[in-house]
Design a protein around this ligand. Structure first.
Ligand code: BGP
Length: 461
């Protein structure tokens, strides 16, 4: 039967500047650009962020297509490395300003609410090399300058801002497990330091936004991966509690409550790896919490007590938990992540019960598919019924939570047009709209037509 969503519900999709725009007109390189240029050309099959989906040129047409598939909202990011000419002063680059202003205008013209995010894994490489990136308080202040410039330039036209996308992925992928640049492994202490500094950077950007007196709202986008224990044992419960505190609450709590989870702080202090934040820094975090929350959800974490807690030489979160593959789990055969729609309901209840029922939206959810070409039909369109089923299932759980009082105002898929991925270039496709990398032509998939119906009805059928 028909499940109707609240009035004004956001139906849309998310993407990011570095994964879509291409390098045209950019003044600096970010860490992912550098990674691709220097060492990953083979791995990425020569398909990179240099051209990506060419959004820098295609956005006028892309917004028309987004409108055509019923999107009323769209999130992308302002690239630090495009907007800012002088990274030390935060001075804007006129070419960057011009691009973003026109992009914002085109979104508006097509009736699309634009949400602008400030950081999507795209630290300027110069700042990593010179100062250590997020390990540096100076870089935190440079980020604030960039944020301030963005608010000044676009704050009259954009009403919804977010400071970071999935900040946990920065230390996790870059310093703990080595799957994003700078690809370090086992650097637990540094990772914790980075968590502290990014929380501070987010709070400082929020303060800059409030000081700018613009008439909008600012939030943060977190990847929340609920940690489900393998058994009822005390040990597995402790592992799940730790994984939840470290990977979810170390950003969720400061962002909404203005403080870090107490038990986690105690543990990190005891282990001698606590973040380095002064009283003043903590005050900044306490006083600058978010207006709203975005949640990216793809898959849960299945955890248990670690069998080999000392496998790393340095301090690592792996001392307290390990992941395992849940035998009953349903795996996406085309990407390899567990599909577990009920976690959306669990996340919603957690936000409702433990975070003051703050208003929030699903800012990413999606199903990556390798080799999606095999689903192309004679008329040229991709029949992605698996994706439609995936969304319907997740939305049913979200709907149930909303019925029970969850303050959720929207659902954004990853993503609108197929885009470049940090891990697999264009191998895994996610879009409502297919992109042909040969000539950059676009073609609406069946899921795009599904979204149009859902958005028109404000309901899933
Ligand atoms: C999220 C990121 C996105 C996007 C997505 C898909 O974590 O915010 O930038 O890449 O995951 O993941 P992947 O491209 O690794 O399949």
């Amino acid at each position: 039967h028909k499940l109707t969503f609240p009035d004004g519900f956001w139906w849309g999709a998310a993407s990011s500047g570095p994964q879509t725009e291409g390098w045209a007109g950019k003044k600096h390189e970010n860490v992912m650009d550098t990674w691709y240029r220097t060492s990953r050309k083979d791995f990425f099959d020569g398909v990179g962020p240099d051209v990506a989906s060419d959004f820098y040129h295609t956005y006028p047409e892309d917004f028309k297509l987004m409108k055509e598939i019923g999107m009323n909202s769209f999130r992308t990011s302002v690239q630090w490395t495009r907007l800012i000419k002088d990274l030390e002063t935060g001075e804007a680059d006129p070419e960057g300003v011009k691009f973003y202003k026109d992009m914002i205008a085109k979104a508006k013209k097509n009736g699309i609410e634009l949400i602008l995010n400030l950081h999507h894994f795209d630290m300027p490489t110069e700042l990593l090399e010179k100062y250590g990136g997020w390990q540096s308080k100076h870089v935190v202040d440079l980020f604030k300058k960039f944020a301030k410039t963005a608010f000044e330039e676009f704050g009259d036209d954009v009403r919804y801002w977010t400071t970071f996308n999935e900040p946990m992925v920065i230390p996790e992928a870059g310093w703990l497990y080595g799957f994003h640049y700078p690809k370090l492994v086992g650097q637990g202490k540094e990772a914790v330091e980075i968590i502290g500094n990014i929380n501070l950077a987010s709070a400082k950007a929020i303060k800059a936004y409030r000081d700018s007196k613009k008439n909008g709202e600012i939030g943060i986008i977190l990847n929340l991966t609920p940690a489900y224990p393998e058994s009822d044992s005390k040990e597995d419960a402790a592992a799940a509690k730790f994984a939840d505190e470290f990977f979810n609450q170390s950003f969720l709590d400061p962002a909404i409550k203005g403080e870090f989870p107490k038990d986690l702080e105690e543990l990190l202090r005891k282990d001698g790896v606590l973040w380095d934040l002064s009283e003043e820094d903590r005050k900044t975090i306490a006083e600058n919490t978010v207006d709203f929350l975005g949640v990216n959800y793809y898959h849960p974490k299945r955890v248990r007590a670690p069998k080999n807690p000392d496998k790393y030489e340095n301090w690592m979160p792996d001392r307290y938990f390990e992941e395992y593959e849940w035998k009953e789990g349903r795996i996406n055969p085309y990407r390899g992540w567990e599909i577990f729609p009920k976690a959306i309901y669990d996340i919603a209840k957690n936000v409702q019960d433990n975070y003051g029922n703050i208003k929030w939206f699903i800012s990413e959810n999606g199903m990556g598919v390798e080799g999606e070409e095999r689903f192309r039909k004679e008329d040229g369109s991709i029949e992605d019924d698996y994706r439609i089923d995936f969304y319907n299932e997740h939305l049913a759980h979200l709907h149930k939570a909303i019925e029970e009082g969850s303050n959720c105002f929207g659902f954004h898929a990853w993503t609108a047009m197929d885009c470049w991925s940090w891990n697999n270039a264009y191998k895994n496709r996610y879009g409502f709209i297919g992109v042909d990398l040969g000539d950059q032509s676009r073609k609406i998939k069946k899921s795009g037509r599904w979204l149009k119906e859902v958005s028109d009805e404000n309901a899933i059928l």
